[in-house]
Write a protein of this length. Structure first.
Length: 97
């Protein structure tokens, strides 16, 4: 079993309230969840109006598949066309038997 984990750090320049932030992030996270079959959650910078960190997790029997799924999800987030900017991302993989 291989577990792929990722954190995507975003800047939300147009957000002026927590409601604006939720309005941007919730639909994006729902689309990523449905399209890539990954677990998604906001994991850091919860009270920051103009920044967000989204955590992604994928479980697979092949580490290459997990890497592909998470990489595609990051690219999807980056090209989502929303009012956000991808600042950084980090992927990590754990193998467990």
């Amino acid at each position: 079993m291989h577990v792929g984990m990722g954190v995507v750090r975003l800047r939300l320049p147009e957000s002026s309230s927590l409601k604006d932030k939720r309005t941007l992030l919730r639909p994006l996270m729902d689309r990523v969840r449905r399209r890539f079959n990954v677990a998604v959650a906001e994991v850091d910078q919860l009270d920051d109006l103009r920044a967000a960190a989204i955590g992604l997790v994928c479980v697979s029997n092949d580490v290459r598949h997990a890497n592909s799924v998470l990489s595609q999800a990051v690219t999807f987030i980056e090209n989502s066309g929303r009012d956000l900017e991808l600042l950084d991302y980090q992927l990590e993989f754990i193998t467990a038997f």
